[in-house]
Design a protein around this ligand. Structure first.
Ligand SMILES: Cc1cc2nc3c(=O)[nH]c(=O)nc-3n(C[C@H](O)[C@H](O)[C@H](O)COP(=O)(O)OP(=O)(O)OC[C@H]3O[C@@H](n4cnc5c(N)ncnc54)[C@H](O)[C@@H]3O)c2cc1C
Length: 567
């Protein structure tokens, strides 16, 4: 719970069931916005073994917004290549090519889930959130103003708690989902084995390896710790005895060299499911992460998706709870995330087929196919882009969301897409960092191109009014312009207009960015009508109260708004 000094602790507003990566992300983002959070987990303490090992670029961008990315990067290994072998022959090395998907994190970070959770636990602790281990949610009862939850501690003692909202981040066997009666529809799928092991071989750990033995495939993912790998066997033997020798023999055959697998730190034979819910909200209760969808680990998507889901939900919940948005904003959570869960099942199903490649005929034609892929550069690049586009999360967007309103620009990010989807390499580091810092703000961002005036609703006047009226949940920044703020509020220095060019902003034009970094709307001239229309789906407490006539030089401009949250 958020510690409020020596005052008696106020009751929590949100209860989160489950302190896995998704529950921790939700707790962090709610607490960062000033909500009082209670976080309970049925387990006696943190997990000691890692399921997820791959954290993809969009999640790294999300961690950047949360302020935890550096701690993650310090504990992981950056991987940007995928190398395929079949029966001892190297087929192709696919190098990550993010040219068409600009990102500050053009790689997958290999980091064990235990490490990820440790970073997140430290981050929530800094915000005053204490994790209550050994506390299981067993019941819930909703009423119009809140939810009464039943909790059971490790000794079986029961208690109840009243909260405004409940978020079920309680994993694949989610009690919250079951209590809501949400069906996890789908099928069971394959049985694979994972092993965390030391490996000795003469190939470098600068890539993920895929090795086909002729009859089956295995994957090897290099951990940051030298010589340590995550192995994935798609046709496992259920007998754990001799697993290392069997893995070593299979990898030696696939990679065509001596591979010695040392004693396992952990092995697990698991059958995964391909299932999802078709609703993620029921009144004041939500589900996120594995509670809402479970699927193959083939392209490492489950945790990545769940983290982004928790982030998506948290800012909306905070904004509604704090009275800055209408309840309908919360419906956009499911509207945006259910289709992503559905697409995920399709993409992971395909990835499963490709990763395990059990079809013997396909195995026979592999060398032919990949000789072509290797030698035809445009084809290789197209495959790289297609695979990366799906896996990285960078192409996920909310173009069809009720929160995305019209607006397009010849250049710069389109509504529904990531605001960071622009090449920032040419920018001065201070400008790049100022832009990243703006996206870390817990509020929406309205970015105005400096130098714009116009008839009627003058862009600068609209920006100044919005900055004052919506300050608690909207950060208004003028890109470029005079430091005294006379060309718009809270100037963000942009020498040479490089950032404005990248974002496609001209004098007086604007870009509205949601707290999760997606563009909601943009337009050529900032006006009251345009801003009201863009914000209508959010339902701010009152429309913009603009004076009848605003002269840009006459308005008093507030100093730069702080980057801290304003709870
Ligand atoms: C082999 C394997 C490899 C994977 N690799 C990747 C990968 O590389 N990348 C990736 O993104 N994903 C990967 N995944 C998926 C990833 O591990 C999950 O998607 C992720 O753990 C989901 O996080 P979560 O917080 O939703 O659930 P969990 O991590 O399952 O956490 C749920 C928490 O809720 C608690 N809980 C359960 N019931 C209750 C209750 N009633 N009350 C209170 N607490 C409760 C549990 O104790 C647990 O701590 C992999 C999965 C597997 C099996």
């Amino acid at each position: 719970m958020v510690n409020s000094g020596t005052e008696p602790a106020a009751p929590p507003q949100v209860l989160i069931a489950g302190a896995g990566p998704v529950g921790l992300t939700a707790a962090h983002e709610l607490a960062r916005r000033g909500l009082r959070v209670r976080l309970v987990d049925a387990a006696p303490g943190p997990a000691r073994t890692s399921r997820a090992v791959a954290t993809h670029p969009r999640t790294l961008e999300t961690y950047d917004q949360m302020g935890v990315v550096d701690a993650m990067l310090a504990r992981g290994r950056r991987n940007a290549a995928f190398t395929m072998y079949a029966e001892g022959r190297r087929l192709v090395r696919l190098q990550a090519d993010y040219a068409s998907m600009p990102t500050a994190y053009p790689f997958t970070l290999v980091i064990g889930q235990t490490e990820t959770e440790a970073v997140l636990r430290e981050a929530v602790a800094r915000l005053g959130v204490r994790i209550e281990w050994g506390v299981r949610l067993t019941g819930l009862d909703q009423h119009p103003d809140g939810v009464r939850v039943t909790l059971e501690d490790a000794d079986g003692a029961r208690s109840t708690a009243d909260v405004s909202w409940l978020v079920g981040c309680d994993g694949g066997h989610s009690t919250v989902r079951k209590l809501l009666g949400l069906e996890l529809a789908g099928t069971s799928s394959e049985t694979w084995m994972l092993a965390d092991v030391p490996v000795t071989m003469d190939l470098p750990p600068d890539t993920i390896y895929w090795a086909h033995t002729g009859g089956q495939a295995l994957m090897m993912v290099p951990y940051a710790r030298e010589g340590h790998w995550r192995l994935l066997d798609t046709v496992p033997d259920r007998d754990p005895a001799g697993a290392e020798e069997r893995l070593g023999a299979k990898l030696s055959k696939g990679l065509g060299r001596q591979v010695t697998v040392g004693p396992s730190e952990w092995t697990s034979v698991f059958t995964f499911q391909q299932r999802r819910v078709d609703r993620m909200r029921e009144g004041r209760v939500f589900v996120a992460g594995d509670a809402a969808h479970v699927h193959s680990p083939a392209s490492g998507q489950g945790m990545n998706t769940g983290v982004q889901e928790a982030y998506n939900l948290a800012w909306k919940l905070a904004q509604v709870e704090q009275g800055h948005a209408a309840d309908r904003l919360l419906d956009s959570y499911g509207a945006e995330r259910v289709p992503i869960g559905a697409a995920l099942l399709d993409s992971t199903r395909t990835a499963t087929v490709l990763v395990q490649l059990k079809n013997l005929l396909a195995a026979a034609v592999l060398p032919v196919v990949f000789t072509v892929v290797r030698n035809v550069t445009p084809l290789r690049r197209a495959i790289q882009r297609k695979v990366l586009g799906g896996m990285s999360g960078l192409r996920i967007g909310y173009g069809a969301s009720p929160l995305t309103t019209a607006g397009a620009a010849a250049t710069g990010p389109a509504p529904g897409g990531r605001a960071r989807a622009v090449a920032l390499d040419g920018l001065e580091p201070t400008v790049r960092e100022a832009f990243a810092a703006e996206l870390r703000d817990v509020r929406w961002s309205l970015l105005l191109g400096a130098g714009g005036t116009g008839p009627g609703d003058v862009p600068v006047g609209v920006a100044v009014t919005a900055a004052a009226q919506y300050a608690e949940w909207l950060s208004v920044r003028t890109l470029g312009g005079r430091a005294d703020g006379s060309e718009g509020p809270a100037p963000l220095p942009d020498p040479g207009a490089a950032l404005r060019t990248a974002l496609g902003l001209r004098p007086g034009s604007w870009l509205l960015v949601r707290p999760d970094g997606y563009v909601a709307a943009r337009g050529p001239v900032l006006s009251r009508t345009a801003l009201d229309r863009a914000l209508a789906p959010v339902g701010p407490s009152a429309p913009l109260a603009l004076p009848a006539r605003v002269e840009p030089r006459a308005v008093s401009v507030h100093p730069a708004t702080t980057k801290e949250h304003r709870s």
